[in-house]
Design a binder for this molecule. Structure first.
Ligand SMILES: [Zn+2]
Length: 383
């Protein structure tokens, strides 16, 4: 079914272009370029086959440019613990494009996937810069163009126990070497997902991109400053849930569809337009010292819905997005979240830090405070 969707959308256009093709180029093709991909169009889960302008792409054949490169390996990347550090065995995807005159059209599914993956990461990069021009990830991350976007990644869910290979998922992973941090995005094979494959879901890939942004605006500067995570508050769980919540919101910003997650997983409670609360049980799972019942996506989804409602009520998601990028780095300096070099916070403290950022706009701050108080449960008292 997943492939059915791709076929229904892409094959008619491809057949047409095959008939009238101006020829297939095997020579190196250089970007920036227009490439026809499957991309979101206005509406819930609406995707169309249309040309997109790839402004950071340098080489179409290797799908590489300023924001990274698309790679594939037919081997299980977890077989050898060093593979991700060395990148050994990762090769460019065998891409092929037809030049329609107006755009380059992928000649097969692998080329379509590779181009769509690169485009998703480019959208995330440009969106971040557009929200806050001082955040140019290509300047912040020295090896940004070495970001590895893995198409049809083969990895084990639990390599030690030889568990089955991961499918129907996407992931951001940072791999530390002695000299650098290598950024990976994985798009795993589609098995059960019946709708939009995750690698083609612009919202989900931008959810993953937001994890990279958080890594480089929060975790990396925190590590450089020798920050520690204290134990007097549920900081580790709150951080994990916040990371997921920010990601859910930035996935929405990239698509303008608050229900983008449902385009791949229709049953999940991840529609940002559906209000959610920090109920007593959600809070107790965040505050639990055990990981057994804790799912970072649960509190994250509540946080994302709060941000969505703030943006809707202000008719200004741009402002919310800007403030959340600031929140990522300000967690390291806010008086409510850090003392000395120790981070200690729950979601009430995160909300206080966020309200501080919004203090330059009293209407936005007032609106955000009301919405936090409405949904934060016991965390919303005394805000
Ligand atoms: Zn995530």
């Amino acid at each position: 079914m997943a492939r059915g969707l791709v076929k229904n959308l892409i094959l008619p256009s491809l057949l047409l272009l095959l008939l009238f093709s101006l020829g297939c180029s095997q020579n190196d093709l250089f970007g920036p370029a227009n490439i026809t991909i499957i991309q979101p169009s206005p509406g819930h889960c609406q995707y169309s086959v249309t040309p997109a302008y790839f402004q950071t792409l340098e080489n179409l054949n290797t799908m590489s440019g300023k924001v990274g490169r698309v790679l594939h390996s037919s081997k299980n990347l977890d077989k050898d613990s060093d593979t991700l550090r060395t990148g050994y065995g990762l090769k460019p995807v065998d891409t092929e494009f037809f030049n329609s005159g107006k755009s380059f059209v992928p000649a097969n599914l692998d080329s379509l996937f590779a181009a769509s993956l690169y485009y998703s990461i480019e959208v995330g990069y440009l969106l971040t810069k557009q929200l806050d021009p001082s955040i140019d990830l290509a300047a912040i991350i020295p090896n940004f163009s070495d970001t590895r976007i893995i198409h049809r990644a083969i990895r084990s869910s639990d390599p030690i126990r030889n568990r089955k290979e991961i499918s129907d998922n996407a992931e951001y992973l940072s791999v530390r070497t002695s000299s650098s941090l290598i950024n990976y995005f994985f798009s795993y094979p589609t098995e059960e997902v019946k709708e939009i494959p995750l690698g083609l879901n612009m919202g989900i890939m931008n959810h993953e991109f937001s994890h990279l942004v958080f890594q480089h605006l929060f975790y990396e500067p925190g590590i450089k400053r020798n920050m520690e995570i204290g134990a007097s508050k549920p900081t580790t769980h709150s951080l994990a849930a916040l990371d997921e919540g920010l990601s859910d919101y930035f996935g929405f910003l990239a698509t303008q569809d608050p229900g983008y997650f449902l385009c791949s997983f229709p049953q999940e409670n991840r529609d940002l337009a559906h209000p959610k609360y920090f109920t007593h049980s959600v809070i107790s799972r965040i505050e639990s010292s055990s990981d057994d019942y804790f799912d970072s996506h649960e509190g994250g989804a509540v946080f994302a819905s709060i941000q969505y409602e703030i943006g809707q009520n202000l008719s200004n998601h741009q402002l919310v997005g800007q403030s959340l990028l600031k929140l990522m780095s300000n967690l390291l300096t806010c008086s409510s979240t850090v003392s000395g070099n120790t981070l200690n916070f729950n979601f009430a403290d995160v909300a206080r830090c966020h309200l501080g950022i919004l203090s330059t706009d009293s209407r936005a701050q007032q609106m955000a405070r009301q919405i936090y108080q409405k949904y934060l449960g016991s965390y919303g008292m005394n805000l």
